[in-house]
Design a protein around this ligand. Structure first.
Ligand code: MLT
Length: 409
């Protein structure tokens, strides 16, 4: 008899976005004629940059010829992409990385979910709250989160509240934790950390021997100066931080799937006996065993993001979404809402009307305005009373959604 991993039984039956999809599908069955506007899951709507399409077509043609065909690629990613990543994403920031510190993957979600496999199950962990649900859920799966408390929090997780009172900028824990997940620019609140604010975290990690998993999936949305694009811009970060990046939100790869993880050679974790073990070779071992590489066609598409046309096209797409964000923020404010984010991130964090819970607000938007958002409490206890809207919609949908909200205010 196979015994089940009982930690899975502790999870909510559905992943947040699957839960929302179920509710939306139920709504559609009962209201088939209502014109729905989806601003829930952070999925992009603009097509891929033409430079990526062209590169992928070329790669498909190569696959059709015996002389240029590609079978299994390197599990860590092709050199051409890794070199482009180092040259364009890090060198301009003054961050030097070697190719073996980059691992190309099928997206940030898999890497953020899997990275914990390198660490013992009984490390303590911290998350900013609210937070992308993958960080906590993936730790529940291996038992690291502890047990579920009556208020829905997890006994072995330190929650670092991000609230309007602290401008959604969390304080470092008042005790040491082994592992911390940070996502900046932030999903879901849309806030960003300045260089000084991020330095506080790196200093905490250096002082407390804490490993930071830094999710930089929304880095391309940074507009303001003094917001670091990589945690490695902070001195000492290479000793304590793993950084995860994505082409999904940068170049519209949500359906193509490509991202990468940076594990500097300096990063270590300890054995119980106190020996320091570098995590880079362990992740390499993990990927070689469990992953056969991102497809050649996809990686050629990702490489094209860094071509001059690719960079221009990506910038245009991001500008489009950020203009959506600007329109939405202005309209929501004009409708009397407290709204945060949308300046350095494609998410707007909206305070529900006084006394209304996140799920009630979600239902109100869905049933009365036919707009899909994401209830803030789905991201953690401090998200209660908030709702997230994405700026990844089509422009006319975003405008129409704001008109519907205004006419119900
Ligand atoms: C979100 O809506 O938070 C994201 O789309 C989820 C993801 O990137 O996996």
């Amino acid at each position: 008899m196979a015994l089940v991993n009982e930690h899975f039984l502790k999870l909510q039956s559905n992943y947040l976005f699957s839960d929302i999809a179920k509710k939306v599908n139920a709504f559609k069955v009962t209201h088939p004629k209502q014109p729905l506007i989806r601003l829930g899951i952070g999925d992009v709507t603009r097509p891929l940059p033409p430079a990526c399409i062209q590169a992928m077509h070329k790669a498909v043609d190569e696959m059709a010829d015996m002389d240029t065909f590609h079978g299994y690629g390197p599990e860590q990613g092709y050199e051409f992409l890794i070199e482009a990543i180092i040259k364009h994403d890090f060198a301009p920031l003054g961050v030097s990385l070697s190719p073996s510190e980059i691992f190309v993957s099928d997206g940030a979600k898999s890497d953020t979910g899997n990275i914990g496999e390198l660490l013992r199950w009984d490390n303590s962990m911290g998350v900013t709250d609210p937070v992308y649900p993958v960080y906590v859920d993936s730790n529940i799966m291996c038992g690291r989160s502890g047990v579920r408390e009556p208020d829905g929090t997890w006994s072995n997780v330190t929650y670092l509240p991000c609230t309007a009172e602290n401008h959604f900028i969390p304080s470092v824990p008042d005790h040491r934790v082994d592992l911390i997940y940070l996502c900046y620019p932030n999903n879901p609140t849309g806030t960003a950390l300045t260089h000084e604010q991020l330095k506080v975290w790196v200093d905490y990690a250096l002082k407390n021997d804490t490993l930071i998993v830094f999710d930089a999936a929304y880095e391309a949305y940074i507009r303001e100066p003094d917001i670091p694009h990589s945690i490695y811009e902070i001195r000492g970060a290479k000793k304590v931080a793993i950084e995860i990046r994505s082409f999904s939100k940068t170049a519209g790869f949500t359906g193509v799937r490509c991202g990468y993880t940076v594990i500097p050679k300096e990063i270590t974790a300890a054995t119980l006996g106190g020996e320091r073990i570098p995590l880079n070779p362990l992740w390499n071992r993990h990927q070689c065993t469990k992953f056969n590489g991102t497809s050649y066609i996809t990686q050629r598409g990702a490489e094209a993001v860094y071509s001059p046309e690719g960079q221009r096209q990506v910038r245009e797409t991001i500008d489009y979404y950020m203009e959506n964000a600007r329109i939405m923020r202005t309209e929501l404010q004009n409708s009397g809402f407290d709204v945060y984010g949308g300046t350095n991130a494609p998410y707007l964090w909206l305070k529900a009307p006084e006394g209304m819970s996140s799920w009630k607000f979600f239902d109100h938007l869905l049933y009365n305005m036919n707009i899909v958002g994401t209830p803030g409490v789905g991201f953690g206890p401090s998200g209660e009373g908030y709702l997230r809207l994405t700026a990844f919609g089509r422009r006319d949908d975003c405008i129409e959604a704001m008109q519907r909200i205004r006419s119900h205010s």
